[in-house]
Design a protein around this ligand. Sequence first.
Ligand SMILES: [Zn+2]
Ligand SMILES: [Zn+2]
Length: 243
Amino acid sequence: MREQKFTLAALRDGLLDLLFPPRCFGCEIHLRPGAGKTLCTSCMEMVKIITAPICRRCGVKVLAGEDRYCQGCLSSPPPFAMARSVAMYHEPVINLLHRLKYRGDTAVLQPLRQIISAPGASLLPPDCDLIVPVPLHRDRLRQRGLNQALLLARLGRGRGDTPIEPALLFRKVATPAQTGLSGAARRKNVRGAFAVKDTEVVRGRRICIVDDVFTTGATVSECARVLVRAGAGEVVVWTVARV
Ligand SMILES: [Zn+2]
Ligand SMILES: [Zn+2]
């Protein structure tokens, strides 16, 4: 029975592939049906997976032979213990993240899964007690209908069972978008914007903050600062992209 079900499902998928041949999410060329890919080889080759040498703390690319700490982390260490990102903020990643964030197009989670599973890609740190997606202000959540950071947290966790706590951290203030602001202006913009709902849940825990893009790190740093102040044991960061 089970085998028959599988055959019927395979037949249905095969027919759907024939009727609507799958297209690459990056360049829209037709893909070979049944290959289970959502990005073609050349689009996948454009994805710049971030690999060593990187700063041990903030994950920024450093020069070969300098696989230690970057100048920024040495002069003023961030409030998080470690930040890792999967890929550089280039096409096709930019477009996929924009479609998710601004158009609510959750179909792009398929190619994003292909990207985060690429060889050498930084995984969501596995030994965390809690996963906390960077929250949207409730007005913005209502307007967009989804929080991309929550969907990416689920994608990053995969089949693991670490609890995801989307309501543990919340935005008190509806801050203007960070786009176009300098590093200092970004830090000022998000200062005091977040609060912890339940400090009991946070105390002593190793928490992983998840966001779509790490630009200057202002947002995740502010989230980390608030979590550490609420008693978190350690905060680490995982983002899909990095500017
Ligand atoms: Zn393509
Ligand atoms: Zn660093």
